[in-house]
Structure formats: structure tokens, C-alpha cells
Design a protein around this ligand. Structure first.
Ligand SMILES: Cc1cc2nc3c(=O)[nH]c(=O)nc-3n(C[C@H](O)[C@H](O)[C@H](O)COP(=O)(O)OP(=O)(O)OC[C@H]3O[C@@H](n4cnc5c(N)ncnc54)[C@H](O)[C@@H]3O)c2cc1C
Length: 385
């Protein structure tokens, strides 16, 4: 089992700290926050102060820059708990923005920004997708042109998670529009730069406390040294880092499925029909058995990919496999959990439907199931033996 074979004592302790916070601080207020909605809930207190104090925001930031120096497995532990309790731990700030700056930023940028992000002074957001370029990211049209000692950025980014709350953006843009992936660079852009506007907040069916916005860049100028990645291999390296993001996304979905399963199991033991608990019927038992098998399979795939990533291995196929399987699994498992609840399953009074909605929303960021299948197939085709 993963419990005994893989997790270190420190990792088990980390999980317990996160679980305690989720149960004591988050759960009692979750419904109130959801009712308040993405603009009104006290996100600064919960995300910046409380999560900052927990050490969560600096999870992927090395200790020398004020973080806790955790790896992909630690990130998976955090997001699995995030899924179980439906906590909007800021996935893209932790795993894409901070991690990418720590990995590839200049010493000056790292010294200036990483300690502030780790302390919870602000959140980061990762801005790659555009209205007309999602899966086909190299088709992006946002440009960055060097003018003297500054880059001038123009374009529109869409679906940017936590842009509503972020203080800084990791922006992917074309430095050479005549090329596709090879003409791409990544820039560090503070929210208050003139020419950057944080626009419309999307109304999503789930993940509502991790809102997405559109960003508009109109002659937005950043200093020359805010180019984090040099064009050339930058895009390939960014895509490699996406493997960690995929493990994190999968972990959230695993947590949703676990929570839905626990609710369905309990409900099956309490709800009676034909004079006995519905859990006595083989039709229900087999649904529960299938749900349990799928959850266990997903957990192994995710932790295996995360563990190997931390060992420095290329996990392109493993991370895509984990995300593909878990994204589809969470939809099936939550749907079965709704079925076991009968009509109560589609009532908003029961949280089970919200787990399906949160899981459904996470099928897009980090690669859709179709793109992941292609990614896996590409890796298989590279095999020589
Ligand atoms: C909640 C949420 C948060 C997000 N957060 C961020 C973020 O923080 N930063 C960011 O940069 N982006 C973010 N995204 C955007 C996300 O990365 C894109 O939605 C994703 O890349 C898919 O792009 P698209 O939605 O434009 O779909 P499209 O690329 O237009 O695809 C539409 C459909 O066609 C399919 N398709 C496309 N190409 C192929 C192909 N070659 N073969 C088979 N099928 C194909 C897709 O699978 C999909 O089903 C977020 C999205 C959501 C929903």
C-alpha cells in the first residue's frame, strides 16, 4: 500500500497538519464561503494568511528563498486533502508560478519575489491560455516585443485561475510570432503594471472559490530582466513542468472521488428500501466495489508519477496517464455516488453533486482527456523496442 511503502514520516505528519486544518478551520465555514461567492468570501484571510501560515503557499519554493522545499509527492498530498474537503488550495500559484520561477528565474527575481509569495503577501497566477488558443498553446497570439530595456506585451489571456486574487502573473507570450513553440518566452508581470487589466470573472459550475478571469495586455511594459525563460527551448521546458501540474490536478480529483465514495458508502448503510439498508443489495455493493477499485488505481498512478518525478525521471507518460485516468474516474465515481443517493443525490442540499461539478471543471486545465490520450500515444510511439 502507498501508505506504508511510499510516504515518509514527515509526509504523513504534513498530511495530518493539512487534514486538521481542513476539518477544524475550513469545513465549519465552507458553506458560508460558497454562499458569499468568489468576490465576497474572505479569501485574503483564508488563502494568504491561513494558508501562508500553514506553509502551503511556499510548498514548492526552496528553503533558501523562504519556502518549505517540498516536492511533487508533497504537492499531491496537499491537493488530495484539498479535494476531499473541497478547499481551493491555489494549485497554479504553488505548482506552476512559484515552482517555475524557483526553477528558471534569475537570482534577482527569485530573491525579490519568492519569499513574498511564500509568506502569503500575494498569490501568483499562470497565464498561458487564450480565447483562441487552449490545447493548441503554440497558436497563441499574445506578443512580447523588446523595446530598449523593456518588453512590451500585447494580447489577451483567458481562464486564468486566481487572476482575481493574484498579485503577480507568469505570462507566456510569443517573442517571435513567425515560430510556434520555439518562439515562446515567459515573463514575470506584476498586477499593477500599467497596461494590464484583470477582466471578467467566469461563472463556472464548480471550483467556484478558485475563480478564472480574462487578462488584457495593452502595451504593458516590463523590464528586460523579467523574461524568465529565454525563447528557444522555453516552451518544451514549461511543458515538462506541466507534469507536476498534472499530478496536482489528478490529486484534487482523487480527493473528490474519495469524498463522494465515503458519502455513498455511509448513505448505503443508512438508507432503507424494501425493509433493509440499500447497501444489502448486490446492485449497490458492486457499484461501491467498482468505485473503490477505481479510486485505488488512481491513487497508485498519481503517487507513482509524482514519486518518479521527484526522482528526476521523465514522467510525461505517467503524469498524462494519471491525469487522464483520474479525470475520467472522478466523473464516473461521483456519478455513481449521486445514483446511490437517489433523488437526494441531485438535491443541492447534499454535497455529493458539488463534488461531481468540481471534478468536471478540472478536466480542462493541464490538458484535456483528448490531448492526454495523444500525449500518451506520442510517448508510446517513441519506443524503439
Ligand atoms: C477551471 C479552469 C481553470 C483554468 N486555469 C487556467 C490557468 O490558470 N492558466 C491557463 O493558462 N489556462 C487555464 N485554463 C485553460 C485550459 O488550459 C484550457 O481550457 C485547455 O487547455 C483546453 O483549451 P480550450 O478550453 O480552449 O479547448 P480547445 O483547445 O478549444 O478544445 C476544445 C475541444 O477539442 C478537443 N481537442 C482540441 N485539440 C484536439 C486534438 N488535437 N485531438 C482531439 N481533440 C482535441 C479538446 O479536448 C476539447 O474537448 C483553465 C481552464 C479551466 C476550465
Amino acid at each position: 500500500m502507498i501508505e506504508s511503502l511510499l510516504l515518509t514520516a514527515d509526509q504523513k505528519m504534513f498530511r495530518q497538519v493539512i487534514r486538521d486544518w481542513c476539518q477544524k478551520e475550513w469545513l465549519p465555514r465552507r458553506e458560508e464561503y460558497l454562499r458569499a461567492g468568489p468576490k465576497e468570501w474572505p479569501w485574503e484571510d483564508v488563502i494568504l494568511r491561513q494558508m501562508g501560515n500553514l506553509g502551503v503557499l511556499g510548498l514548492r519554493i526552496p528553503e533558501e528563498y523562504g519556502g518549505t522545499g517540498g516536492g511533487t509527492v508533497d504537492q499531491v498530498i496537499l491537493f488530495e486533502e484539498g479535494g476531499r474537503y473541497q478547499v481551493p488550495f491555489p494549485l497554479t500559484s504553488i505548482s506552476a508560478t512559484c515552482k517555475n520561477l524557483a526553477e528558471f528565474g534569475s537570482e534577482d527575481l527569485k530573491r525579490e519575489w519568492l519569499p513574498r509569495l511564500a509568506r502569503g503577501e500575494m498569490l501568483g497566477a499562470y497565464a498561458q491560455s487564450e480565447p483562441d488558443a487552449g490545447s493548441d498553446a503554440p497558436a497563441m497570439t499574445t506578443t512580447a516585443v523588446l523595446d530598449g530595456d523593456e518588453w512590451v506585451i500585447n494580447g489577451t489571456k483567458r481562464w486564468i485561475t486566481n487572476a482575481e486574487y493574484a498579485g503577480v502573473f507568469f505570462v507566456v507570450a510569443k517573442t517571435d510570432p513567425s515560430k510556434r513553440g520555439d518562439g515562446i518566452g515567459a515573463f514575470w508581470v506584476e498586477r499593477d503594471r500599467p497596461g494590464l487589466t484583470v477582466g471578467k470573472l467566469e461563472e463556472l459550475i464548480g471550483w467556484r472559490l478558485a475563480p478564472s478571469n480574462t487578462l488584457y495586455f495593452e502595451n504593458c511594459r516590463v523590464p528586460r530582466d523579467h523574461l524568465v525563460f529565454k525563447e528557444g527551448g522555453a516552451f518544451r521546458r514549461l511543458m515538462h513542468e506541466f507534469n507536476g501540474e498534472r499530478c496536482g490536478n489528478s490529486a484534487f480529483c482523487l480527493g473528490y472521488a474519495e469524498a463522494a465514495f465515503e458519502m455513498a458508502l455511509q448513505y448505503s448503510q443508512e438508507r432503507e428500501a424494501f425493509g433493509q439498508p440499500i447497501g444489502n443489495f448486490q446492485g449497490i455493493q458492486w457499484m461501491l466495489a467498482d468505485m473503490s477499485v477505481q479510486i485505488e488505481a488512481a491513487r497508485h498512478l498519481i503517487y507513482h508519477a509524482a514519486y518518479n518525478m521527484d526522482q528526476g525521471k521523465n514522467v510525461a507518460r505517467e503524469a498524462a496517464t494519471a491525469k487522464l485516468y483520474t479525470n475520467e474516474m472522478v466523473r464516473r465515481v461521483c456519478d455513481d455516488a449521486i445514483q446511490i443517493h437517489g433523488a437526494n443525490g441531485v438535491s443541492c442540499e447534499y454535497r455529493v453533486e458539488s463534488l461531481w461539478r468540481d471534478g468536471r471543471v478540472l478536466n480542462f486545465g493541464g490538458g484535456t482527456p483528448q490531448i492526454l490520450r495523444s500525449r500518451i500515444a506520442n510517448e508510446l510511439m517513441k519506443r524503439k523496442d
